[in-house]
Design a protein around this ligand. Structure first.
Ligand code: HEC
Length: 138
């Protein structure tokens, strides 16, 4: 292969890799979302000692102990809670933001609404939940 063709081949491979990434929910994974939006309170390891946790009236719960506390991983409950439709236990005034709304707004602004549909928002919440499930310690 001549050097020119070689560079061309590399460009194609990089382009293809970029496309594959773009298909993956606009490059958003549950882990990235968690680290970006949740870790400031819950910490990247989920144990609840993120930099913002200390200023809150309610301490963020340890998200690595959910399976241990609930008996099984409470995926459905988390979906409603993170989305914002289920009140967080024992607190009228939530310290925790409503993520369903936020993901929807953010998607509508950044991506012209294409990814702001209910299905994409729920997929994003589900991916975050899968990431939390992967943090469980028993
Ligand atoms: C501003 C700080 C803050 C951020 C950011 C935050 N949380 Fe929370 N979270 C809390 C607090 C505080 C609680 C305890 C309940 C309450 O007061 O709302 C909580 C409760 C929870 C619970 C309930 C766990 C249980 O004990 O049943 C889950 C699950 C959860 N958060 C997940 C998330 C996820 C996922 C994100 C990111 C999308 C997130 N949190 C972002 C502060 C935060």
């Amino acid at each position: 292969m001549s050097p020119i063709n070689f560079q061309f081949a590399i460009a194609i491979i990089l382009f293809a890799a970029g496309q594959a990434h773009a298909d993956d929910n606009a490059g958003v994974s549950g882990e990235k979302d968690f680290n970006m939006y949740c870790a400031e309170c819950h910490a990247e390891d989920g144990k609840g000692e993120g930099p913002k946790a200390f200023g809150l009236s309610v301490k963020p719960p340890d998200l690595t102990q959910l399976t241990a506390r609930y008996g099984e991983f409470p995926a459905e409950k988390l979906a409603r809670m993170i989305d914002g439709r289920e009140p967080a236990p024992g607190h009228e005034e939530r310290e925790m933001p409503l993520w369903g709304k936020w993901f929807k707004l953010e998607a509508a602004e950044e991506l012209g609404g294409a990814e702001g549909d209910e299905a994409s928002v729920q997929r994003r919440v589900r991916n975050v939940i899968e990431h939390i499930e992967s943090l469980q310690q028993q």
